[in-house]
Design a protein around this ligand. Sequence first.
Ligand code: ATP
Ligand code: ZN
Length: 295
Amino acid sequence: MSAGERLIVAVQKKGRLAEGGFDLIKRAGVKLAYGKDELLRKAENVALDLMLIRDDDIPSFVASGACDYGIVGENVLYEAQSRTERLQSLEIVLKLGFARCSLKLAAPKDGPIKTVEDLQGRSIATSYPGLTAKFLAERGVEAEMVEMGGSVEVAPRMGVADAICDLVSTGATLEANGLAAFETVLDSEAVLVRRSNVAPAKADIADLLTERFKGVIASRQTKYILLNAPRDRLEEVRAILPGNDAPTVAPVVGREDVVAVHAVCTEEVFWSTLEKLKSVGARSILVMPIEKMMA
Ligand code: ATP
Ligand code: ZN
């Protein structure tokens, strides 16, 4: 196969997206060859290479054709698209279910800013001026953007801006800086993006990767449940099993009154689910992860 036919996937070199991204790629069965190259990591079992770069560079690297696909946060993607027209052509192939965070507006807890409308004529420190300005414009509010590369949360205290718009996951950083969030601008997670004109010669490997990613994502939230149930309470057990209405029912040797139930559950299985199953007579309940799935 010629070098031109290898699919190039951009992944964050190091950080919160890198962790989830490498895990996903590994679970999709891609084996990375050992290599000294800091920028390009070759896969040894599929026609695919990873390009390791800063997450902020991923949208433009994919759009320019340096890479075919990329794993990036929606926050970074939409911010880049709000600044650069050329990036509008990027397509989201899949939401990947990790690196979840929210872009939020926040202001000093004991200050006068409590709502979006209170931001009229104020200044906002942010690394996401494009997304923030667009959100405010939609609400008819005009404010000044103070662009910062990092440590946005210290801006109000330092007198650099009246409020901030920053990524939040637990809210601990806001709390530690005496800030309170009052509005969500965007809920973000990692997504797989691609440019619209990936070479046809790479279509097979691109499809294979996408299908495997889908399988990994589906199997993450899917569990296999095994239990024994009284034959006459089977309907009640069935009604409790989350996201499955056609379990396999098998006889239990030497027990006419009991059946074994096997079910793939496509929704989360909580402790409370097991307690409900037990309350209708289910016993020996096992919940197991599913390693791989293909529809
Ligand atoms: P670099 O630009 O060097 O690649 P970074 O400092 O932008 O790194 P990270 O802090 O690793 O990178 O964040 C990368 C992405 O992870 C963010 O753009 C966002 O999509 C997501 N993210 C950010 N904060 C959180 C968080 N607290 N929890 C989960 N995901 C987050
Ligand atoms: Zn970054």
